[in-house]
Design a protein around this ligand. Structure first.
Ligand code: GDP
Length: 324
């Protein structure tokens, strides 16, 4: 058992940004000893988590996510709140670079002492791209942030991952005809508890048309909750128009879902799902790392491909090596 790193723990709990950043760096590290220290810290921080509201923000590149998050963050700070912005960036896994969470994208917000912005970790981990972000989110909560924004782009599985770690998943859309069909096709609209049509300043008429298209589209989908008809808001992130209404809607969501018990139920479900994702990932990892499996897998694969062994017999044999 590791002893807890008190300098970091106390710093995080005292709402200091440097210890917070260092703790997240520890969490993101691939080194075994760092992972062990990070786990001990997380265990110690866990009782201090849970009081922030976790908001997911998604949308295609260029829709205005960083403009929106900056305007929203600055608004929250004006209200006396503290905001942390994290990112799940599927592109960082492929390219090693990151198109999200970059500090320079939210320059004004990043200069605020009441804000913390963390780019997406670039390396993958056992639990996938979202794993480290989930842990970073808990550390931010323990450090007293009132609102955690988790940003992602509309690529791959990242939207499902972000919806699975936040209380409210918000989809940013452009006022373009046909965009809503894309979102429905990909199944993203079903994840959303709130839809925002951004850039309403360019053409209010276009934004309102998009709004009514989306409302029609939403009627065809399974509602996320009987208590929460998904609102569609028009907004201009650039002109900071609609930000207060957005925050009011988030608070109304929290109150409504808390009253119905769904807020707590969603978090419980997310925690259990997270555990299972980690179990699945680490079983798979153990399997692939096992020396006997590594030695015999190519032979079994060839035998299955050539029809000499049935897939079920091969799977049974290979899994059996784990017990040996
Ligand atoms: P992201 O890729 O989703 O993070 O999008 P950005 O926030 O970087 O915005 C992309 C471009 O759209 C930038 O040039 C922004 O200035 C612009 N933009 C963002 N929000 C609005 C808006 O509400 N109205 C207008 N007219 N432009 C916007």
């Amino acid at each position: 058992m590791n002893t807890v790193d008190h300098a970091l723990l106390d710093g995080v709990l005292a709402h200091q940004l440097r210890p917070l950043a260092k703790t997240i760096t520890l969490i993101e590290s691939q080194r075994e000893d760092h992972r062990a220290r990070a786990h001990t810290l997380l265990e110690a921080l866990l009782p201090h988590t849970g009081s922030a509201i976790r908001i997911g923000i998604s949308g295609v590149p260029g829709v205005g996510k960083s403009t929106f998050i900056e305007a929203f963050g600055l608004y929250l700070i004006e209200q006396g709140l503290r905001v942390a912005v994290l990112a799940v960036d599927p592109s960082s896994n492929l390219s090693g670079g990151s198109i999200l969470g970059d500090k320079t994208r939210m320059e004004l917000l990043s200069r605020e002492p009441a804000a913390f912005i963390r780019p997406s970790p670039s390396a993958g981990s056992l639990g996938g791209v979202a794993e480290k972000t989930r842990e970073a989110m808990l550390v931010c909560e323990a450090s007293g942030f009132d609102v955690i924004v988790v940003e992602t782009v509309g690529v791959g599985q990242s939207e499902t991952a972000v919806a699975g770690m936040t209380d409210l998943f918000c989809l940013l859309q452009l006022p373009n005809a046909g965009d809503e069909l894309q979102a429905i096709k990909k199944g993203v609209m079903e994840l959303a508890g709130l839809i925002i049509i951004n850039k309403a300043d360019i053409s209010l008429a276009a934004a309102q048309t998009a709004c009514s298209h989306i409302r029609t589209a939403l009627r065809m989908l399974r509602p996320m909750s009987p208590n929460w008809p998904v609102p569609v808001l028009t907004l201009s992130a650039l002109q900071k128009d609609g930000i207060a209404e957005f925050w009011d809607t988030v608070k109304r969501y929290r109150d409504t879902m808390t009253a119905s018990g769904e807020f707590a139920a969603r978090r419980k479900h997310q925690a259990a799902t997270w555990m299972w994702e980690l179990i699945d990932a680490s079983l798979k990892h153990r399997f692939h790392q096992h020396p006997r499996v590594r030695a015999e897998l190519p032979g079994f694969t060839a035998a299955v491909e050539e029809g000499r062994v049935t897939p079920s017999a091969a799977a049974r044999e290979l899994l059996g090596f784990l017990n040996g």
